[in-house]
Design a protein around this ligand. Structure first.
Ligand SMILES: Cc1cc2nc3c(=O)[nH]c(=O)nc-3n(C[C@H](O)[C@H](O)[C@H](O)COP(=O)(O)OP(=O)(O)OC[C@H]3O[C@@H](n4cnc5c(N)ncnc54)[C@H](O)[C@@H]3O)c2cc1C
Length: 503
């Protein structure tokens, strides 16, 4: 997930002017991209050390977490099979190349990589991929608040545009950031290792009692400050503690993307696992007893079963809750599976004949209120044509779900065209993608609501007999590729280190 950061931000907390300022002032020092594996900041070199016999391991899902787990276990000499329901690897990393021309493409899922996401960057490098800037540094991004566009330049004084309280006007944006964001994020970071299985410590309970908006209101934030700090595709309903953990661990400066499309990362790992991935294999039941564990799946219309010593389940809880489990997991695990929310997101991309906004010095990136932002994928491609992409989260994403494809494209053209006038005359073709309608995800990324960081953190990743869990939702960096990769490694390490499973 992402969040308060510059004109490019991460997956869910928007990159706002706030993030820009945060990164410029360097007031919030990212804790590093630790991982889930004993606080390591990068994937260790070399394969896992296998001290015991090889195990037969089934991995459910070929998203980044399943692929990382499969890669690490295969390298250590285990017998790995991955069952993937779709006919492609990558899950929520999905690069759309159609219906665009001129080599343009957009990311329906994961878009940007923070510079401290060493797990994502290291895996990319190990698989021969390089990265490039996510957005143009030399062009101006916009904030759009209440329908009014504000260019974000070093001289922008937001106090002219927003009805901040007298105290907020006095302390200015950097004072507000210090008070509402940096101080509490540092308090969260200082309270203990956020990747430890027993996180969060009791001292942080106060931060899990409401949303981030509730929390900053309780510290005196005006309605204008609340609005400002939630610009972008922002998860309004998440717990303040969930948000503050993101803030404390993410560096929003100099975001990048994988050259050629983010899907090249899962594609490259999957290619290394060729022959070990069964595509079109939909898992419908998981069962275990004292001796083994089985996945029952349908493939080409036939129901089949595979038995193994261990399973690593990476299926998002939004789907796992619909799968038969026998015997049932612990009741808290089922409660977490049933209640974990996945943020609603719809992205709509519109190809244009020219990048007319660049001629006005604008980057094509904007952070808006109502959980929306606009990106300009292809800003760096050769040729004249471009793309403006609406990234809509929250209530309005659910409204977009009710519309036909044509109506969504028209809505986006009107909405985005108000921020970058001239779009109606310049647009050519487009496509939308709803993560709620995607039968393999049913939502974009996990987000813990107030009370849930404390209630569910202990069980998201916990093993159930021979069944281990990985996936962004089980990680300390949920909603990011980084969280998925690190969780896959962590689960592979768990399996590798177990001598025997006891009932
Ligand atoms: C809109 C959006 C924006 C994002 N932005 C960013 C970003 O900017 N930067 C970033 O780093 N990350 C971002 N992310 C997050 C990132 O994409 C995810 O954290 C990561 O890809 C999740 O990987 P995973 O392996 O946990 O899950 P998935 O990728 O969902 O993998 C799970 C796999 O399980 C399969 N599956 C599901 N059900 C079954 C079944 N019954 N049987 C068999 N297989 C099944 C699915 O097909 C899928 O392949 C974004 C995600 C979205 C959706």
């Amino acid at each position: 997930m992402s969040y308060i950061a510059r004109s490019t931000r991460r997956s869910f907390l928007g990159s706002t002017l706030a993030s820009l300022l945060l990164s410029q002032t360097g007031l919030l020092v990212p804790r590093t991209a630790r991982s889930e594996v004993g606080g390591q900041s990068t994937p260790p070199d070399g394969p896992l050390d296998r001290h015991y016999g090889a195990k037969r391991v089934l991995i459910l899902g070929a998203g980044l977490s399943g692929l990382a787990a499969g890669h690490e276990l295969a390298q250590a000499g285990h017998d790995v099979t991955i069952l993937e329901g779709q006919r492609r690897p990558g899950g929520r990393v999905l690069t759309l190349r159609q219906p665009f021309s001129d080599g343009l493409y957009v990311e329906a899922g994961a878009g940007r990589i923070p510079p401290n996401h060493a797990w994502t960057l290291t895996y990319a490098r190990r698989f021969g991929l390089s990265t490039e800037p996510f957005s143009p540094a030399s062009l101006t991004p916009l904030l759009n608040i209440g329908g009014k566009s504000i260019p974000v330049t070093p001289g922008t004084d937001l106090r002219q545009y927003l009805d901040f309280s007298p105290e907020e006007k006095r302390i200015g944006i950097s004072g507000m950031l210090q008070k509402y964001v940096i101080d509490p994020a540092q308090e969260v970071a200082a309270a203990g290792d956020m990747t430890a299985p027993d996180w969060p410590p009791a001292s942080l309970r106060q931060f899990d009692q409401g949303t981030f908006a509730d929390f900053i209101r309780s510290r005196g934030a005006s309605a204008a400050a609340v609005q400002f700090l939630q610009l972008g595709a922002y998860p309004m309903e998440a717990s303040a503690l969930f948000i503050l953990r993101v803030l404390a661990t993410t560096d929003f400066k100099n975001l990048t993307k994988i050259k050629g499309g983010n899907e090249l990362l899962p594609a490259a790992i999957a290619a290394r696992l060729a022959g070990r991935i069964a595509y079109g294999a939909r898992v419908v039941r998981i069962e275990q007893d004292a001796k083994s564990v089985r996945a029952i799946f349908t493939q080409n219309g036939l129901q089949q079963s595979l038995q193994s010593d261990a399973i690593i389940c990476t299926i998002p809880f939004s789907i796992l809750k619909t799968i038969e489990i026998h015997p049932r997991f612990t009741s808290l695990k089922h409660q977490a599976m049933d209640q974990l929310r996945y943020a609603p997101v719809v992205k709509v991309a519109l190809q244009t004949k020219s990048r007319y906004w660049q001629q006005q010095g604008l980057s094509g990136f904007a952070e808006m209120d109502h959980s929306a932002e606009i990106w300009s994928p292809g800003w760096d491609r050769p040729g004249r044509s471009g793309i403006l992409q609406l990234y809509q989260e929250g209530e309005r994403a659910l409204q977009l779900d009710q519309m036909s494809e044509d109506a969504r494209l028209m809505y986006a053209a009107d909405f985005v065209g108000r921020v970058f006038p001239g779009l109606q005359a310049d647009r050519e073709r487009g496509v939308s993608f709803s993560w709620q309608h995607n039968e393999w995800a049913r939502g974009a990324y996990s987000e813990l609501r107030p009370g849930q960081v404390f209630a569910f953190s202990p069980v998201l990743a916990s093993r159930e007999g021979r069944i281990h869990f990985a996936g962004e939702h089980t990680s300390a960096e949920p909603g990011w590729m980084q969280g998925a990769l690190a969780s896959g490694y962590r689960a592979a390490k768990e399996v590798n280190e177990i001598v025997t499973y006891t009932a």
